[in-house]
Design a protein around this ligand. Structure first.
Ligand code: F3S
Length: 721
C-alpha cells in the first residue's frame, strides 16, 4: 500500500487504520475458528482492550454484556449539540479526544424557500450558532454552518467509511450503514463520554439477518425495503438489535439507496443497520473524493468489511426479502409501522377516515434527499410536462440533503425543472421533517384534519406541523411526486391515470429509472469551519441573562427517602415518543437552556388520570397538592411538587420514549424533580438517557401491573436506596 489514507479528507491527521482493527478482532477471536457476522466484526474491532478487559468470544453475550468501545467519530446536530457541548464544557477538558462534528440543520424553519428561510434562521438563532461555532473552535470540533446540509447526508458525503463506527446524537445515525459503517444514535451524555476519551458503553446487541435476493424494478425502491420491514418488525421490533443485510440483493443497491434503508431502521427501534461492502460503496467513495479509502477497503473486504461465509447460523433471527417481488409501500398515518403495500392502499383508505385529498407533498429529509432521489423526482415531473401537465396540483416542497447535492442538482438543471413545475425548493436542512414548518395552508391552530405525504422517515402525531389532525404518510420520493400530481392518497401510479386539463388525454406515469450518481458532484458554497489546532487562547462566552443558553449546574445528589410515597405526575396512555415528552418546533430555541425548555415536558402526552371530561386534553395533569381538582400543564404541576420538597414519578406504556435521541426528554424530568419512569417497556436510547441523567427507568415485571395503578396511588420503590 503506497499511502495510508486518512479517515476523511477533512481529518488528515487521523489515519484509517484497518490493520489495528483486524488485530483487535484477532485478539478477541483468540484463534477461534468461529465465523463472524459483519456486526460482530465491526463491534469487536472497536473494543477497548486493556488488562482488565480482555474480551473473548466466550465472554461476550448478546443482550447482556456491556461492551466498552472507542468510536471513530462523534456527530451532533444543532438541536442536540448545545446540550452536549454544555456537558462537555462541564468536563473541563481542553479538546475532544476523537474527531467530532456539529451540523446546523434542525433550526431552519421552512416558510418561503431556501434563501429567505436561511436568512431568517441566521438572524433568529444567531446566539445559538455563535455559541456552537465558538465552542467548536475552542474544543477542536468541525462545524458545519446553516445551509451545509442535513447531518447524516453531510456525514455520508464526507466522513463515512466501510468498517467504521460512528455515534451521533440523532436517532438516524444508522444512515452510515449504507457505507458499511456502523452508526448508532445516542444521547448527548454518551456522546460526551466518547468526546472526552472515555469508553463508550453499549449492551452487546442481537443481530437480525435480512437475506436480500433479487433486484428492484418498476416502482419499488429501497425505501420500500424498510417500509415493509417496519410493518413486519413494528416500531419496537428492532430494540437491542442490529439489522444486518446479506445475500446477493445487497450487491444491487446504490450507496445512498442503502443509506435510506439504514436511516429508517431507527423507526423499528434498532440499534443500528448495516450493509456489507460493495462496488457501489467503492464507486460512491471515489465520486466523493475518497478513492484512496475505497482502494484500502478493497483489500480488507473479506477479512473485515463483510460477514464471514457461513456466519448465517449466528444471526438471532433471519428474515427473507425478495426484491423481485417487493411492492411499493406507503406507511402511516401516525406511526411508521402501519405499512400498506400499494396494491392494498385504496381499500385501506376507503375503510378509514383519513382525508383522501393530499394537502402537501414533500420530498426531502435525511432518508430521501440524495441526488438519485431528486433525479427520479425530476423524471416524473418531465413526464407530466410532456403529457401537458405543467404544474403539480398539490403544494410540493423539495429539500436537497446537502449543499453538495443542491449545487449538483442546480448545475444539472434538476432544481429548475422542479421549480418550473411549482415546487418550493427548501434550504438544505430538516425543515418540516422535524416540525420546522411555518404552515399556513391549513388551520393548524384549529386542528384542521388533512393528509400529507412525504419521503421522510417519521410520522408521529404532530411531527411536521404540531397539528394532531395531520395524517402523515411516508413513502419513496417517486411515489410522493406521483401523489403531488394526483392529489389523492388513494392513487396508484401502476394502475391509475391522471386527467390532463379539459382534454381527453390522460397521464399514466412510467416508473423512473435510477441514476446512481451524478457525472460529477459540484462543490457548492463553502459552509465548513475546520477544527483548530491551537485553541488555548479561545473562550466560549455565555450571557448569564440569555434565555437560550444556560451553563449546567449539577443536579441535587440523591436524598434518602426520595423514592418513598412518590406522587404519580402522569400515567401516560398509549404512544409516548420523545416528541411527546419534549416537543420540538417552537421549543428548539431553548435546547441550550434546561430551565426554559423544561416548560415543554410531556405537553403532547395523553394522561390516563385526567377526569373523563378532559380525557382528550394533552399535556395536563391533576395537581395533587391543591384541594379542589385543579388541572394544569404537566411541567407546572411537576415544578410545584418539586418545590414542595416531594418527589414524583411517571407511569409509562409500551416503548416509552421511542423516536429521537433527544436527551432533553430525560434531563427535563430530572430537573423538575422526577425520580423514576416506570413503564411497560422503553426505547433503547431513551432508557440510556434516563440512566445517564439519574432518572430510574424501571420496567414492570408483569406488564399488566400498568392497569393496576389507579388515580391517587402513591409509589414507593423498595430497595433502591
Ligand atoms: Fe433531520 Fe428529519 Fe433526519 S429531523 S436528521 S431530516 S429525520
Amino acid at each position: 500500500i503506497a499511502r495510508q489514507p486518512s479517515i476523511s479528507p477533512l481529518n488528515t491527521d487521523t489515519p484509517l487504520d484497518y490493520a489495528s482493527q483486524v488485530a483487535r478482532l484477532e485478539a478477541v477471536k483468540s484463534g477461534s475458528p468461529r465465523r463472524l457476522t459483519l456486526t460482530e466484526k465491526l463491534l469487536y474491532s472497536h473494543l477497548i482492550i486493556s488488562p482488565e478487559h480482555r474480551w473473548t468470544l466466550d465472554s461476550i453475550h448478546r443482550g447482556k454484556t456491556s461492551l466498552r468501545l472507542r468510536p471513530d467519530r462523534v456527530a451532533c446536530h444543532d438541536a442536540t449539540a448545545t446540550m452536549a457541548l454544555l456537558q462537555f464544557i462541564s468536563a473541563g477538558l481542553p479538546k475532544v479526544a476523537i474527531p467530532t462534528t456539529v451540523h446546523s440543520d434542525h433550526l431552519i424553519v421552512a416558510r418561503n424557500g431556501a434563501e429567505d428561510d436561511l436568512k431568517r434562521a441566521e438572524l433568529e438563532y444567531r446566539e445559538v450558532y455563535e455559541f456552537l461555532s465558538s465552542a467548536a473552535k475552542k474544543y477542536g470540533i468541525g462545524f458545519w454552518r446553516p445551509g451545509s446540509g442535513i447531518i447524516h447526508t453531510t456525514i455520508f458525503e464526507n466522513y463515512t467509511f466501510p468498517g467504521g463506527l460512528i455515534i451521533g446524537t440523532d436517532s438516524h445515525t444508522p444512515n452510515a450503514g449504507g457505507m458499511g459503517m456502523l452508526g448508532i444514535g445516542v444521547g448527548g451524555s454518551d456522546a460526551v463520554d466518547a468526546m472526552a476519551g472515555m469508553p463508550w458503553e453499549l449492551q452487546c446487541p442481537k443481530v437480525v439477518g435480512i437475506r436480500l435476493t433479487g433486484r428492484l424494478s418498476g416502482w419499488a425502491s429501497s425505501k420500500d425495503i424498510i417500509c415493509k420491514l417496519a410493518g413486519i418488525l413494528t416500531v419496537s421490533g428492532g430494540k437491542g438489535k442490529v439489522i444486518e443485510f446479506f445475500g446477493p440483493g445487497t450487491q444491487t443497491l446504490g450507496a445512498t439507496a442503502m443509506a435510506t434503508v439504514c436511516n429508517m431502521s431507527a423507526e423499528i427501534g434498532s440499534t443500528s443497520c448495516i450493509f456489507p461492502y460493495s462496488e457501489f460503496m467503492s464507486r460512491y467513495l471515489s465520486a466523493t473524493k475518497r478513492a484512496d479509502i475505497a482502494s484500502l477497503a478493497d483489500i480488507y473486504k473479506d477479512i473485515l468489511l463483510t460477514a464471514d461465509e457461513g456466519s448465517e447460523q449466528h444471526y438471532d433471527e433471519i428474515i427473507d426479502l425478495d426484491l423481485d417481488t417487493l411492492e411499493p409501500h406507503i406507511n402511516g398515518p401516525f406511526t411508521p409501522d402501519l405499512s400498506h403495500p400499494l396494491s392494498q392502499l385504496k381499500v385501506a383508505v376507503s375503510r378509514s377516515d383519513w382525508p383522501v385529498k393530499v394537502s402537501h407533498a414533500m420530498v426531502g429529509s435525511c432518508t430521501n434527499s440524495s441526488y438519485e432521489d431528486l433525479e427520479k423526482t425530476k423524471q416524473l415531473v418531465n413526464q407530466a410536462k410532456s403529457a401537458g401537465l405543467h404544474r403539480v396540483t398539490t403544494p410540493f416542497m423539495v429539500t436537497p440533503g446537502s449543499e453538495t447535492i443542491r449545487a449538483t442538482a442546480e448545475a444539472d438543471g434538476i432544481l429548475q425543472v422542479l421549480r418550473d413545475a411549482g415546487a418550493v425548493v427548501l434550504s438544505n436542512s430538516c425543515g418540516p421533517c422535524v416540525g420546522q414548518w411555518d404552515r399556513t395552508d391549513v388551520n393548524v391552530k384549529e386542528r384542521e384534519r388533512n393528509t400529507v405525504v412525504s419521503s421522510f422517515n417519521r410520522n408521529f402525531v404532530g411531527r411536521h406541523d404540531s397539528n394532531p389532525e395531520t395524517c402523515s404518510f411516508v413513502t419513496s420520493p417517486e411515489m410522493v411526486t406521483a401523489f403531488a400530481y394526483a392529489g389523492r392518497i388513494d392513487f396508484n401510479p401502476m394502475t391509475d391515470s391522471i386527467p390532463v386539463g379539459g382534454s381527453t388525454q390522460q397521464l399514466r406515469f412510467a416508473p423512473p429509472t435510477s441514476v446512481e450518481l451524478p457525472t460529477n458532484f459540484s462543490i457548492g458554497k463553502d459552509t465548513y469551519q475546520a477544527p483548530q489546532n491551537d485553541t488555548a487562547g479561545l473562550f466560549v462566552e455565555i450571557d448569564p441573562k440569555s434565555n437560550r443558553l444556560q451553563l449546567l449546574r449539577p443536579f441535587d445528589a440523591w436524598k434518602q427517602g426520595s423514592a418513598k410515597s412518590m406522587h404519580i405526575l402522569v400515567k401516560v396512555r398509549g404512544k409516548c415518543t420523545t416528541d411527546h415528552i419534549s416537543p420540538a418546533g417552537p421549543w428548539y430555541k431553548y435546547r441550550g437552556h434546561l430551565e426554559n425548555i423544561s416548560n415543554n415536558m410531556l405537553l403532547a402526552a395523553s394522561n390516563a388520570f385526567l377526569p373523563s371530561d378532559y380525557s382528550n386534553m394533552l399535556g395536563h395533569a391533576v395537581h395533587p397538592l391543591k384541594q379542589a381538582p385543579t388541572i394544569l400543564p404537566i411541567p407546572e404541576v411537576a415544578r410545584d411538587i418539586r418545590d414542595s420538597g416531594a418527589r414524583w414519578c411517571i407511569i409509562g406504556d409500551w416503548n416509552y420514549g421511542e423516536g429521537s435521541s433527544r436527551e432533553h426528554a430525560a434531563l427535563e424530568p430530572r430537573f423538575l424533580g422526577g425520580v423514576a419512569v416506570i413503564a411497560r417497556s422503553f426505547a433503547r436510547i431513551h432508557e440510556t438517557n434516563l440512566k445517564k441523567q439519574g432518572m430510574l427507568p424501571l420496567t414492570f415485571d408483569d406488564a399488566a401491573d400498568y392497569d393496576r395503578i389507579t388515580k391517587g396511588d402513591r409509589i414507593t420503590l423498595v430497595g433502591v436506596e
